[in-house]
Write a protein that binds this ligand. Structure first.
Ligand code: NAP
Length: 248
């Protein structure tokens, strides 16, 4: 039987792990797609393509041109635009789509969370005079710009932001994973009053949540986008099982 042609929408550790696992399985021929935002992405060993498709139409064309038989959306839980596009393109093209979404973090005893629906609400929830640790990514900074006169922001990200930032923003570049020890030291050393983050889920960036809990610091946490296709699997292993059943 010819190998099933699979497109993995990536940009996450799970997408890379999935591609690496499938490269050992002759039943699948895998292409991973990346948006091209990070300059040194962690790449799978198998084939990749880089850059946007050009919306639903562009992706539909790509699916036809590459004779893709299955799309696995393994993008970040906050990458809602590409998830919706993939769902629509697959529906229009009659291609099966599966969605891998890692579980969200769940509030634990001792967590002082304020859950907000979006980044704009997170900016509004901050209090004058606070030193805020932002881990919302380089594209999520602009909504905080209006608060830069009354709040000191320390923003951590993998890449430097494209846009110019107002004075008062301190940028720290770093790549996960982060340990509990390092995150606790970071929060103490920078005299952080409040952590602002998205509910990304997963283990590689969870230590800051634990560190905030141990230091009794408040956390403003942006809830996941609502209008995205339902998850079919929440771990790489569960997705592999589904895909094998699909191929069989
Ligand atoms: P997004 O808002 O959902 O997508 C914006 C546009 O970027 C899409 O319309 C698409 O362009 C292109 N795109 C996104 N992911 C792509 C992929 N895997 N392959 C090809 N094109 C892609 O996405 P985002 O939030 O900017 O995230 C971009 C990438 O970074 C994703 O791959 C995601 O997994 C990863 N990431 C995101 C976050 C986050 O917090 N959002 C965190 C870590 C990693 P076209 O419409 O032209 O096709």
């Amino acid at each position: 039987m010819p190998a099933k042609r699979v497109l993995i929408l990536g940009g996450t550790a799970e997408a890379r792990q999935l591609a690496d696992a499938l490269s050992q399985e002759p039943a699948f021929a895998v292409i991973t797609s990346l948006a091209g935002r990070t300059s040194e992405p962690s790449l799978p060993e198998s084939e990749i393509r880089i850059g946007g498709f050009g919306g639903v139409e562009g992706m539909s064309r790509y699916l036809a041109d590459e004779r893709i038989e299955l799309v696995v959306d393994a993008t970040h839980p906050f990458a809602a635009v590409i998830s919706r596009s993939a769902f629509e393109a697959c529906k229009a093209s009659g291609v099966c789509s599966l969605h891998l979404v890692r579980p969200a973090w769940v509030r634990q005893p001792g967590d002082a969370w304020t859950v907000v629906p979006d980044i704009e609400a997170a900016a509004q929830a901050l209090q004058t005079g606070q030193r805020a640790f932002l881990t919302t990514g380089s594209s999520g900074l602009q909504p905080f710009a209006d608060r830069a006169s009354d709040i000191h922001f320390i923003a951590r990200m993998i890449e430097s932001p494209n846009e110019a930032l107002p004075e008062g923003f301190q940028i720290v570049r770093a790549r996960p994973p982060f340990s509990l020890q390092d995150e606790s030291a970071f929060l103490r050393d920078h005299a952080i009053d409040v952590l602002v983050t998205k509910n990304a889920g997963g283990t590689s960036t969870y230590a800051k949540i634990e560190a905030a809990r141990h230091l009794s610091l408040p956390v403003i946490i942006v809830d996941r986008p609502k209008d995205v296709p339902d998850a079919d699997a929440d771990t790489v292993e569960a997705m592999l099982d589904l895909m094998r059943a699909h191929a069989g």
